[in-house]
Design a protein around this ligand. Structure first.
Ligand code: NAD
Ligand code: MG
Length: 396
């Protein structure tokens, strides 16, 4: 029997991170946590280190690192604590690491995820923002390395499972007509439109089918999540934006579909539990138990489909426009959205103003070509400035 795969979990204290550790713990013979990282939830990270005994842990700053190191030393745990982005990149690219779960939320995950790609790891991509921001560069880094990229986003994992193994030859070459990206429609799918501007943070974070971090929960409520996923699908599967169709499917049982030229439509189904795509990506091309119960179609009874409503969900339209514009537009879209969601979560803006901020930023700053990581990071910073200026102007 071969040695267990060494897995770095970036964002170990988050929703995806914890689900990943749940799957890893079910297969100690196959997987071992090599490094666990967290931004600031030190107590949670300490508990995870006690359970999983990783070689490294990474936290945001030196005072937190010193505190965690002291606690672990006292408990006789040999984990070494590293700090900041440098530490994240180090554990993502470490020569002893086989697989990296990229589950940091937002642009903060870009450099560590790219480090894992450049170091040729098996990269399990949950951090869609990293790919949305840097698409062309990210995919080039993948081609230049021996890395294997496996999508964790349930829709993209489903599409990956429904595509033939040689899909990188091109969608047309393998007979794909279009990709059908399913969306639950989130908590506000049927809310009377006039109430949308007064929804609370708690309402926005209460997703009907999935339990997730706060940022992606708000993105799901605004359907910006589906917009980011549309861009993600274009990069992952080399699709044009018009080859990806969003279909609202409130039950979240079909996780996405691939429509072939002969009229066949292949779908991947399952209970809405992220441990399924995580287990799939960890074990691919094999299959392992994920802890997810068998799908009970008789209990579910029916599957419904609707067209997305872009009046209700302008973020979906704005994201599609950014996908078509290309260059730095997706990075600006993502950055403006991060600022806007943060402001909404902090009670500073209304839910409907999320789209207003993003549209303002994209209308103010035209998309430019993105030749380098510096171009992308500059566009990200410029979008954050413009979004912050919008917020400050509003306060006056
Ligand atoms: P979460 O908020 O639950 O967890 C985020 C993790 O990232 C935490 O461990 C946190 O410590 C870490 N983090 C946050 N800011 C950081 C920073 N500046 N530097 C370093 N680390 C930082 O989020 P989540 O729901 O687990 O989502 C993680 C990623 O996976 C997101 O990109 C999300 O879009 C994607 N995703 C999540 C789900 C889901 O079901 N939760 C599904 C599909 C995709
Ligand atoms: Mg998804």
């Amino acid at each position: 029997m071969s040695a267990p795969l060494q897995v770095t979990v970036l964002g170990a204290t988050g929703s995806i991170g914890l689900s990943t550790l749940d799957v890893i713990a079910r297969h100690p013979d196959r997987y071992q946590a090599f490094a666990l990282t967290a931004h600031n939830r030190i107590a949670e990270l300490r508990a995870l280190c006690v359970t999983h005994r990783p070689r490294y842990a990474v936290v945001a700053d030196s005072p937190r690192a010193a505190e965690l190191q002291r606690q672990l030393d006292n408990e006789g745990i040999a984990t070494r604590v590293l700090v900041g982005e440098g530490g994240l990149c180090e554990v993502a690219a470490h020569p002893d690491v086989d697989a990296v779960m990229a589950a940091i939320v937002g642009a903060a995950g870009l450099r560590p995820t790219l480090s894992a790609v450049q170091a040729g790891k098996r990269v399990l991509l949950a951090n869609k923002e990293a790919l949305v921001m840097s698409g062309a560069l990210f995919m080039q880094a993948l081609r230049d390395s021996r890395a294997v990229l496996l999508p964790i986003d349930s829709e993209h994992n489903a599409i990956f499972q429904c595509l033939p193994g040689d899909y990188r030859r091109g969608l047309a070459e393998v007979g794909v007509r279009r990709i059908l990206l399913t969306a639950s429609g989130g908590p506000f799918r049927e809310l009377p439109l006039e109430q949308l501007s007064s929804v609370t943070v708690a309402q926005a974070c209460a997703h009907p089918n999935w339990s997730m971090g706060r940022k992606i929960s708000v993105d799901s409520a605004s359907m910006m999540n589906k917009g980011l996923e549309l861009i993600e699908a274009c990069w992952l599967f080399d699709a044009r934006p018009d080859q990806v169709e969003v279909v609202v499917h409130p039950q979240s049982v079909i996780h996405s579909m691939v429509d072939y030229v002969d009229g066949s439509v292949l779908a991947q189904l399952g209970n809405p539990d992220m441990r399924t795509p995580i287990a799939h990506a960890l074990a691919w091309p094999e299959r392992i138990d994920s802890g997810v119960s068998a799908l009970d179609l008789l209990r579910i009874g029916r599957l419904d489909f609707q067209a997305p409503d872009e009046t209700r969900f302008p973020c979906l339209r704005i994201a599609r426009e950014a996908a078509v514009a290309g260059g730095t537009a997706p990075a600006m879209l993502n950055a403006a959205n991060e600022v806007a969601v943060d402001a909404f979560l902090g009670g500073r803006i209304r839910f409907t103003e999320i789209a207003s901020i993003i549209e303002h930023v994209l209308d103010t700053e035209p998309a430019a070509p993105a030749f380098s990581l510096d171009d992308i990071l500059a566009a990200d910073m410029r979008a954050r400035e413009l979004a912050s200026r919008w917020l400050n102007g509003r306060r006056r």
